[in-house]
Write a protein that binds this ligand. Structure first.
Ligand code: ZN
Length: 101
């Protein structure tokens, strides 16, 4: 087991772990439980982490996540209110609806 990276939130951690799993890399999210007690422990210890089960997958996992972060994010149109939302936002700033997948 080796730690690949720390995710800023649980949603992203789960998404990254899914991407790695789909690429054939055994990945798990650790410390996911910590978000429920955030505030009682230092913030940097409350963040979810991505771990690979097989140490040999570490480099491949890091490369995959790097690629993911470099992917340009495009504007999208909210299905609920029709508002155009800038890339980088996962929620409509107008009505709060989540970005369509
Ligand atoms: Zn909207």
């Amino acid at each position: 087991m080796k730690r690949v990276t720390v995710a800023p939130n649980l949603a992203l951690a789960t998404f990254w772990a899914d991407v790695l799993t789909q690429a054939g890399i055994g990945a798990t999210v650790q410390r996911a439980w910590a978000s429920s007690i955030a505030g009682e422990i230092p913030p940097d210890q409350a963040l979810p982490e991505i771990w690979v089960r097989d140490d040999a997958d570490l480099d491949a996992a890091r490369r995959l996540l790097e690629d993911l972060r470099r992917t340009p994010q495009h504007d999208w149109v909210c299905r609920t209110c029709g508002e155009r939302v800038e890339g980088g936002f996962e929620q409509c700033w107008n009505c709060g609806a989540p970005m369509p997948r």
